[in-house]
Design a protein around this ligand. Structure first.
Ligand code: RB5
Length: 143
């Protein structure tokens, strides 16, 4: 899969870990930054991943900031984006099954690399459930 990934300074360390992890597992990574722990603004980086998804350059996105909250708010302002703020493995699964989420948002200050690996792996490997969920997804961008 092609994965677009970005972080702000609060998510930089976890993002670096996830880039290496996902590449080891055969994914192609579009690493959109940031490139250090110097302070940056999360909306700038969310937008880079949003653009990759909407342009069809990536299959899924991963966004990491301190909490994941700012990234999820920023990404979800764009029609066609369903960014899920995930705190546990079951959320990652349901975000895909029920919400057809195309971006996973994580809090770099709250999860270990191993926890994040598990949530991202579940997210990327769980198919959308379709059916009644399809009808609801369509309503998201109808307003
Ligand atoms: C940066 O300090 C922090 O506000 C940011 O990483 C994120 O948690 C915002 O939602």
């Amino acid at each position: 899969m092609i994965i677009s990934i970005a972080a702000d300074h609060g998510g930089f360390s976890l993002k670096q870990h996830l880039v290496a992890f996902l590449e080891r597992h055969g994914h192609e990574l579009l690493d959109r930054g940031c490139s250090s722990e110097d302070s940056v603004d999360y909306p700038d980086y969310a937008l880079l991943v949003v653009r990759d998804i909407l342009a069809g350059h990536a299959d899924f996105g991963v966004l990491v900031c301190g909490t994941g909250i700012g990234m999820s708010i920023a990404a979800n302002r764009h029609a066609g984006i369903r960014a899920a703020l995930v705190h546990r493995d079951e959320y990652a699964k349901l975000a895909r099954e029920h919400n057809d989420a195309n971006i996973i948002c994580l809090g770099g200050r709250f999860f270990s690399p191993t926890e994040a690996e598990r949530m991202v792996t579940t997210f990327l490997s769980t198919p959308f459930g379709g059916g009644r969920h399809e009808r609801r997804i369509k309503k998201l961008d109808a307003c």
